[in-house]
Design a protein around this ligand. Structure first.
Ligand code: FAD
Length: 143
């Protein structure tokens, strides 16, 4: 495939996979010379450093320490943030559909949307508390 610059790399999902891909690529010569644009599409306001979620539960750390805003993390970086969910991918036209109805074209697409917690059909599982998000942590503290 022969592409004309600037190329657009669209990264969907700003978890560990997507955020660190974006940060890594943003330091490349192609990006720094303006030949390549990095767009990160992530609907949440904050990145969550999950390995420290336990310390939030035990109140050794505060939410702002383990969940910095994307705005803060991406400040000064050559990464454009679109605070949206991707609702669909059109492989033929090489574009993603955002929740506001806009389409974002891409030359390269990185899908890093993680996964959803799935409750296996185990008796009593309805009493279990998921522990994956800041909201889950708040719920665990109040229960
Ligand atoms: C309490 C806890 C502790 C952990 N500790 C460790 C550890 O010590 N070491 C370790 O290696 N791993 C650890 N993990 C696992 C680690 O957090 C995951 O492996 C990692 O977060 C997976 O990264 P990811 O980028 O694939 O997905 P995620 O982190 O889930 O990120 C996916 C992102 O995609 C976004 N997204 C989803 N759908 C869309 C959409 N349609 N459009 C746009 N964006 C979308 C989401 O908002 C999210 O920000 C821990 C997990 C937990 C819960």
């Amino acid at each position: 495939m022969t592409l004309a610059p600037p190329y657009r790399v669209c990264i969907v999902g700003g978890g560990f996979g997507g955020l660190y891909t974006a940060l890594y690529l943003s330091g490349s010569p192609l990006v720094r010379s303006g030949q390549c644009e990095i767009v990160l599409v992530e609907p949440r306001e904050r990145f969550l450093f999950t390995p420290l979620l336990y310390e939030l539960l035990t109140r050794e750390l505060h939410a702002w320490e383990i969940a910095p805003t994307y705005e803060k993390l991406l400040r000064g970086k050559a990464i454009t943030l679109r605070a949206q969910s991707v609702l669909g991918v059109d492989l033929e036209s090489q574009s993603v559909r955002l929740e506001d109805g806009q389409r974002l074209s891409y030359d390269y697409l990185v899908l890093a949307v993680g996964k959803q917690t799935r409750f296996a059909p185990i008796p009593g599982i309805e009493l279990a508390l998921p522990f994956r998000t800041l909201e889950d942590c708040d719920r665990s503290i109040t229960n």
